[in-house]
Design a protein around this ligand. Structure first.
Ligand SMILES: O=C(Nc1cccc(C(F)(F)F)c1)C1CCN(c2ncnc3[nH]cnc23)CC1
Length: 329
């Protein structure tokens, strides 16, 4: 059973319900639920735009792991406040569904910008990596492992700063409704110990950071085969190769982040992010400036207004937003 009590779901006093929101656009859809752009109709922030994640309880409880992931997602988002992590504003439920009302980010996915650019220049990758490292450092300080670091889980805000989203149930877990949830969707950024199900610690996030940096710099993740099995083979036993144009610092930090054994990896306990922030690859970075958003973002998403959805996939945004009535019998 999904014992989610009203008390620990709704962080605010206001009793909220779906009718307090007008659905505007569909931002994403998967097996367990949908994400809508919506506008709040009532209360202090009436008129404000949010992203609303709607999860169907029935489809979650089928798999115990997802129940814990879902609860983890809500608990994480409720307890985490950080400039580079998406903010949870409201959480509530109806008989059959869970609702997470999150800050709306109209800059779109980092993935989209990486696709458009092909590859990022080093200073651009350094900017995104620095903000992501501070977000991961904060999560790790709370004992939280992100697990799902990959370009599509990294959104940009209106100014072009990073925001980590989609905790717990990532869209891949949702769409691929199989039992082996860990092996669904993009595994290219997954650390060997996760693939081998040896359990994973914080070091798994630093592997994914390395895979992300490699992808930003070369246009593809470090280990990717023609199919899932080949990719897994390469992640576990493949040799890392670098293109000619890669600088020495970049090659060095990638070698250290993409160590197959978590205990050998840069950022392994007890140092965690400290060891990474000290690496020469970040010699020009002032970490205080990064935290205070004093570094100019490399791309400013061209969005016209707060409710702009132009950065999202039209295959979703062109759909009429309907919160399917699972509750009304
Ligand atoms: O499609 C998505 N997620 C997704 C896809 C399929 C299924 C499900 C689930 F079943 F879990 F609901 C979720 C993305 C989530 C992050 N997105 C956000 N976009 C804008 N503001 C945001 N603020 C917070 N997140 C965003 C873009 C869409």
């Amino acid at each position: 059973t999904v014992e989610i009590t009203e008390a620990n779901v709704n962080p605010t006093e206001e009793r909220m319900s779906p009718k307090d929101f007008d659905l505007l656009k569909v931002l994403g859809k998967g097996g367990y639920g949908k994400v809508f752009q919506c506008r709040k109709r009532t209360g202090a922030d009436a008129g404000k735009i949010f992203a609303m994640k709607v999860l169907r309880k029935a489809s979650i409880v089928r798999n115990q792991k997802d129940v814990s992931h879902t609860k983890a997602e809500r608990n994480i988002l409720e307890s985490v406040m950080h400039p580079f992590i998406v903010q949870l504003n409201y959480a509530f439920q109806t008989g059959g569904k869970l609702y997470l009302v999150l800050e709306y980010l109209n800059g779109g996915e980092l993935f989209t910008h990486l696709e458009n650019e092909g590859i990022f220049m080093e200073d651009c990758s350094t900017f995104y990596l620095a903000e992501i490292i501070l977000a991961l450092e904060h999560l790790h300080s709370l004992g939280i492992i992100y697990r799902d670091l990959k370009p599509e889980n990294i959104l940009l805000d209106q100014e072009g700063h990073v925001k980590l989203t989609d905790f717990g149930l990532s869209k891949e877990h949702i769409q691929d409704n199989t039992r082996t949830l860990t092996f669904c969707g993009t595994i290219e950024y997954m650390a060997p110990e996760i693939i081998l199900r040896l359990g994973h610690g914080k070091a798994a996030d630093w592997w994914s950071l390395g895979a992300l940096l490699y992808d930003m710099t070369t246009g593809a993740p470090p280990f990717h085969g023609g199919n899932r099995k080949a990719t897994i083979e390469l992640i576990l036993r493949g040799k890392l190769t670098f293109p000619q144009y890669m600088t020495t610092d970049m090659k060095d930090i990638l070698r250290r982040l993409l160590k197959k054994k978590p205990q050998d990896r840069l950022g392994a306990p007890p140092d965690d992010a400290k060891a990474i922030k000290k690496h020469p690859f970040f010699k020009h970075i002032n970490w205080e400036d990064v935290m205070n958003k004093r570094i100019e973002p490399p791309y400013k998403p061209c969005v016209s207004s707060e409710d702009d959805v132009s950065q999202f996939d039209p295959k979703f945004t062109r759909q009429t937003p309907v919160d399917s009535p699972v509750d009304s019998f």
